[in-house]
Design a protein around this ligand. Structure first.
Ligand code: ATP
Length: 621
């Protein structure tokens, strides 16, 4: 049985975040508000650095991506067109006893975190899931009463145990750890079937029903059904609805991308795992628009195939959606590696055909192995940081349909190439198109084969008629990342403890936050050796002022130098610069030199003040 464990490491990280001002509970003095978080001084810097790193790598280092900064509240029809009003829902169960709401697909991770499941786990045979009824009875009458008062086993132990015994006599035992708790939550199996227990009190959970995650508000002075608006649940839709404006105003040409960073809101049923699942969070999303494969084939004779693993290299004109998708997965992994998350800390979830939405051709989730990530089949794969989806032309087409405004593009090269294509090739492409769409209609939209084929033929007519004129609705590859989850991943990844023992055998454990210098909240701390020596202070302030226009510098003159180093280690500052008497020329050959101390190994080196800025810039950018 997978024994639930408390997450000691996560508790230490949460406590450090509060103590050092990375992350605070929102509205804490009023008791907090579930699912909302505030970033303190160090957290705000860290998050800003990540936001800048993403923006820089997407917009500044590339020719083919432009930015957008759209409003949070948009026309409500957008959410109808995108499908969010009708289908953006999670399955929710309610506890019939304590009335708490549970996201049904997170029932098991929630169960694993509870004290009552942890104490019960110790009472079962790990491999066979068998239990001793005497132990269960004792637990039900003791700890169970405090920890899970509404569990059938606790409310009515004799009756519950008697059917368990009857089942055991028939040779029936819980198949796995999850089923073990269903057994204990069920008083009369014959009458009710298995009951799923509430993770909070053990009571009976209702069947899951869909719960829409969008947060609603009203615009204008009077709240009526006519002026309902939604706080956007993702930033992506603004990109689709502004596609034409950006395209017409920016001299871009397909393939190109539009990126945006901004707040998103989801009324998560059970916000959990610190900031990982919040109700207000920030996303960094790119919509990368490409030609449909048929247009690529018309232009280049065929669509390039690339290996399904590894970076496919520099973009090529004959790339179709598969190559672009693979490219963006690998580009995003490179991004994470560049800010200090090595590939080994990441995991990948390739969505299976049955998980994919009807319009999606492929989705790969990049995961990070958080301390709370659960082991599955003997392996910790991690929890989602980012999803990279190939979404076809679904989004732009939906907005075309709902707004009545054309969102396609005209491409003269495609028009000319199509005109030269042999009829047999055009016909073959059309058949392939119809076959693929028919399959999707049957498998995903659950149409009858005849209806699916009919719908596919109509779609093909419209699509190829436009393509012949050089018109098409671009397809899209969407790398969509969460800024708060990334911030949390970097905090978890940076956290390390160092234990030192002094000459008298006394040991002390301190925390070192090993952020990559590129994202560290403070890049350099400037420390005068003594604060009561005006010459040292003056020099140190001059060094601080030299660095300030270029990076976040922290000036600290309080306490012993060892204490000051330790404070910076906890903040994750990669370099500490000490101004001492040699800097002032006590040893003439060391005049105007400083000591630079490296956070991760305590190594020190001497640099001239003249070379310091460039030395630092080479490491923190
Ligand atoms: P999950 O399955 O974890 O709910 P999702 O697949 O619904 O996430 P997307 O809709 O693909 O998430 O959103 C893109 C990214 O936005 C996610 O990869 C994640 O980093 C971030 N994100 C989504 N929901 C939340 C949330 N409630 N809190 C923090 N970040 C979130």
């Amino acid at each position: 049985m997978a024994e639930p464990k408390e997450n000691v490491l996560m508790e230490k990280i949460v406590s450090l975040c509060k103590r050092r001002g990375f992350i605070f509970q929102s509205s804490e003095i009023y008791g907090g508000i579930n699912g909302f978080w505030d970033y303190g001084p160090l957290g705000a810097e860290l998050k800003r650095n990540l936001r800048d790193a993403w923006w820089h790598s997407m917009m500044r280092e590339r020719e083919d991506v432009v930015g957008l900064d759209a409003s949070i509240i948009m026309h409500p029809m957008i959410w109808k067109a995108s499908g969010h009003v009708d289908t953006f829902a999670d399955p929710m169960s309610t506890c019939k006893h304590c009335k708490k709401l549970i996201r049904a697909d997170q029932w098991w991770p929630l169960m694993c975190e509870q004290q009552w499941t942890q104490s019960l786990a110790a009472l079962t045979e790990p491999v066979t899931n068998r239990f001793n009824t005497g132990d269960l009875l004792k637990w039900a009458k003791g700890r169970g009463k405090q920890l899970a008062p509404n569990l059938a086993l606790v409310r009515n132990p004799e009756v519950t145990i008697s059917w368990l015994v009857q089942e055991a006599e028939k040779g029936k035992h819980p198949a796995d750890a999850r089923e073990f708790y269903l057994y204990l939550a069920t008083e009369q199996l014959g009458a009710t079937g298995f009951i799923t227990p509430c993770p909070h009190c053990g009571g009976e959970l209702t069947e899951p029903r869909p719960f829409n995650l969008m947060l609603q508000t009203h615009y204008g002075p009077v709240a009526t059904d006519e002026n309902i608006a939604y706080l956007r649940p993702e930033t992506a839709q603004a990109i689709f609805v502004q596609f034409k404006n950006v395209f017409d105003s920016s001299r871009v040409k397909v393939p190109f991308g539009i990126g945006q960073i901004g707040k998103a809101f989801r009324n998560e049923i059970t916000p959990r795992n610190f900031t990982f699942r919040s109700r207000e969070f920030e996303q960094m999303e790119l919509e990368f628009f490409i030609r449909p494969d048929e247009a690529v084939e018309a232009l280049h004779g065929s669509v390039a195939t690339v290996p399904s693993q590894g970076h496919p290299g520099e973009p090529q004109p004959n790339w179709g959606w598969q190559a672009w998708h693979q490219y963006w997965v690998e580009e995003r992994v490179r991004f994470y590696e560049n800010i200090g998350l090595p590939r080994a800390t990441l995991g990948f979830h390739i969505q299976q055909p049955n998980e994919l939405a009807h319009y999606a051709r492929a989705t790969v989730d990049i995961l990070y192995k958080f301390p709370f990530s659960k082991e599955e089949d003997g392996e910790v794969k991690g929890d989602e940081l980012e999803g990279i989806a190939a979404r076809g032309d679904f989004d732009l087409s939906q907005h075309e349909k709902f707004s009545g405004k054309p969102l396609g593009v005209f491409d003269e090269e495609v028009r000319a190439a199509w005109a030269k294509l042999p009829d047999a090739r055009k016909q073959a492409m059309r058949e392939e198109f119809i076959e693929a769409k028919t399959r999707t209609g049957i498998d995903k939209k659950k149409l009858t084969p005849a209806d699916a084929a009919e719908a596919a033929r109509k779609e093909a007519d419209a699509f190829f008629e436009k393509l012949a004129k050089g018109q098409f609705v671009p397809h899209v590859i969407e790398p969509s990342a969460g800024l708060d989850r990334l911030t949390l991943a970097l905090i978890c990844n940076a956290y390390s403890e160092v234990t030192k023992t002094d000459d008298k055998g006394k040991s002390e454990t301190t925390v070192v936050m090993k952020f990559h210098p590129r994202v560290a909240p403070i890049k350099v701390a400037v420390l005068p050796l003594l604060k009561n020596k005006p010459d040292l202070v003056k020099k140190a302030q001059a060094v601080r002022d030299l660095m300030r226009p270029w990076m976040n510098v922290f000036y600290d003159d309080g306490g012993s130098i060892g204490r000051r180093y330790a404070r910076q280690d906890e903040a994750g500052t990669p370099f500490c610069v000490t101004i001492d008497f040699d800097t002032l020329g006590e040893k003439p050959d060391l005049l105007d030199t400083v000591t630079v101390r490296h956070r991760d190994d305590g190594r020190q080196e001497r640099l001239t003040i003249g070379e310091l800025l460039n030395w630092l810039l080479a490491r923190v950018r």
